[in-house]
Design a protein around this ligand. Structure first.
Ligand code: IFM
Length: 445
């Protein structure tokens, strides 16, 4: 790893902040979803980072990271009329100032799933007017924080927002139309492209990227039906996002497949306007990649993630408690693939990590050996990709601390810091010390 390689940890606003009613925060779609849905827990208090951020930043300093990837809650900093909310901006001022004072570089994500409810009420991501609203937000945030924040991520995991939120209805806002999900995907990518220009206009030395989630896949068997299913899954899950961002437009095979399945009325969708693809493929300073697992795809399962395929192409070395296969080789292979096909000038792993439920033993120690193994294997995969010539320039571990894992509540624990969700006491896990040492070793090697 080169000297400028960035080692960091990542979180997102709704998953850690709490402070739902503080300082004029407006409701987001996740506030609504937790109010009306059948969720185990809400983010109303979460890790109470809203009030405990100084303690959390002190732990981050102890961890020895270069950078902290956080998200801003749109609903804290912009009011329903599109004007800045000064009290909300001041909360992030305090965090950013504390990070900088601790020698930690802030990387700010603008959108990590918490759409203002007022915008959802006007149609949400499927309605093109969201692009303008996002640009107003990006302008407010980049003008306000740009002197101190140079690293910007526009949107996190647009596949999840579109498909789980608007097609499957299992995430906020809980809608179930494939056609709307495709429009939601397009408008997120368009909002991303517009925001790249807006951020650069306000922060001339900004480094801007997007965080795309990926699920590398292979056919479960050489059977042509499995091969076709895998090709479709790859298009639906990965290429639909990576291709347009890289300037290749929407994949032609998927436009036809979506039309054939009735998700689009034509291969020239009505939401695709002249100039959109140019906006979406704005030059990036880095491509953010979130990687957790890979899948083997079977015929009949080309839109789901069947994890029970016994002998997939990437034999898993185990499973995390999300039920996800542990397949570090797929990360290595996918990084090589991204480099070859899309040639980004820089790749940053914007998320990677694992859910394991280990808690403190009688001495207070959290011996989360499985997470250490996972991290060791995946940072090893990143090293191998770099040795193969892939320009990976950073790695953000998901997550700094146990937090609200969306509809799974607090039961799934991704943190290197354990959080007791009754007392909110933080306890660094063994993986925290493993990461601290790994960063130290990388700096001196
Ligand atoms: O917790 C999430 C995060 O919000 C987005 N990426 C995947 C993580 C683990 O599921």
């Amino acid at each position: 790893m080169h000297d400028d390689f960035t080692w960091g940890v990542a979180t997102s606003a709704y998953q850690i902040e709490g402070g739902r009613f503080e300082d004029g925060k407006a409701p987001s779609i996740w506030d609504t979803f937790s109010d009306i849905g059948d969720l185990p827990e809400s983010g109303d208090v979460a890790c109470d980072h809203y009030h405990r951020y100084l303690d959390d930043i002190a732990l981050m300093a102890d961890l020895g990271i270069d950078a902290y990837r956080m998200s801003i809650a749109w609903t804290r900093v912009v009011d329903a009329a599109g004007n800045p909310n000064l009290a909300g901006l001041a909360f992030y001022d305090r965090i950013i100032d504390a990070l900088l004072a601790a020698g930690i570089v802030p990387w700010v994500t603008l959108y990590h799933w918490d759409l203002p409810q007022s915008i959802e009420d006007e149609g949400g991501w499927p309605n093109r007017s969201v692009v303008e609203a996002f640009d107003v937000y990006a302008a407010i945030a980049s003008k306000h924080f740009g002197a101190r924040v140079k690293n910007w991520i526009t949107i996190n995991e647009p596949w999840v927002v579109s498909m789980l939120g608007y097609k499957d209805g299992v995430f906020a806002p809980g809608r179930t139309s494939f056609a709307d999900a495709l429009a939601a995907a397009h408008h997120q990518l368009l909002a991303h492209g517009r925001a790249v220009g807006t951020i650069r206009a306000n922060v001339p030395d900004a480094r801007v990227g997007i965080a795309l989630d990926c699920r590398p896949c292979r056919p479960a068997t050489p059977n042509p039906d499995d091969e076709a299913a895998s090709r479709y899954f790859d298009g639906y899950r990965n290429r639909w996002f990576f291709d347009p961002v890289a300037g290749l437009g929407y994949p032609a095979d998927m436009l036809s497949a979506f039309e054939a399945r009735g998700h689009l009325t034509s291969t020239t969708p009505e939401w695709l306007k002249s100039g959109d693809l140019e906006t979406i493929s704005a030059r990036l300073d880095f491509l953010g990649v979130n990687y957790y697992t890979s899948v083997a795809v079977r015929h009949g399962h080309d839109e789901d993630e069947a994890t029970d395929v016994p002998s997939g192409p990437y034999p898993p070395s185990g499973y995390t408690e999300m039920g996800w296969q542990i397949t570090p080789d797929a990360l290595h292979e996918y990084l090589v693939h991204l480099h070859k096909v899309y040639q980004p000038n820089s790749i940053v792993i914007t998320e990677n990590g694992a859910s394991f439920g280990d808690g403190p033993d009688l001495t207070g120690r959290v011996a989360d050996i499985r997470r250490q193994d996972y991290l060791e294997q995946h940072t090893g995969a990143v090293r191998r990709a770099i040795a193969d010539g892939v320009p990976v320039d950073g790695y953000f571990l998901w997550s700094f601390m146990d937090n609200l894992e969306w509809t799974s509540g607090y039961a799934q624990r991704f943190g290197v810091v354990h959080v007791d969700h009754d007392t909110l006491v933080r306890t660094p896990k063994d993986s925290f010390y493993w990461y601290q040492e790994a960063i130290g070793r990388a700096r001196t090697s």
